[in-house]
Write a protein that binds this ligand. Structure first.
Ligand SMILES: [Fe+2]
Ligand SMILES: [Fe+2]
Length: 144
């Protein structure tokens, strides 16, 4: 059992600046979800959802712009977690307030796993791409 407070650490760093900056913000909002009064839970959840929409769109855009191969898989993880956040929001408002704490406990695990797998792969790809961008038309084309 861990009792230390969850927050940003080097363990989450992927050394791709634009992604790390966004992830620091996610971690701050996500950690705030489990703290504070139940009266402000929806406010804190809304802030996290608004951030996540932008965060995931940014990564989805990077994947589309670079023809990142596992785009489907990664995008699907984004969509699923957003769906869960929205579902918890509506069930919380309908009286299932215990789900709020559950989400606050589960999201850090989801995020760590997502960072270790999907985001890690994308960060490595983006670093390589920025050093040596492949021509946008290269995918699936044979030279004339
Ligand atoms: Fe991310
Ligand atoms: Fe991601």
């Amino acid at each position: 059992m861990e009792n230390t407070e969850w927050g940003w650490s080097d363990r989450l760093k992927l050394s791709y600046g634009p992604m790390d900056e966004t992830h620091v913000e996610f971690v701050t909002l996500c950690a705030a979800l489990g703290k504070g009064s139940p009266d402000t839970f929806i406010e804190r959840l809304d802030a996290l959802i608004a951030h996540s929409v932008e965060h995931f769109e940014q990564e989805n855009r990077w994947m589309e712009e670079t023809n990142f191969p596992p785009v489907g898989c990664h995008k699907q993880e984004h969509d699923s977690v957003l769906e869960i956040m929205r579902e918890v929001r509506s069930r919380y408002l309908a009286g299932e307030t215990d789900l709020g704490q559950k989400l606050a406990e589960e999201l850090p695990h989801w995020f760590e796993h997502h960072v270790d797998t999907m985001d890690n792969m994308l960060a490595r790809f983006m670093i390589a791409w920025n050093k040596e961008p492949a021509p946008a038309s290269a995918a699936g084309q044979t030279p004339a």
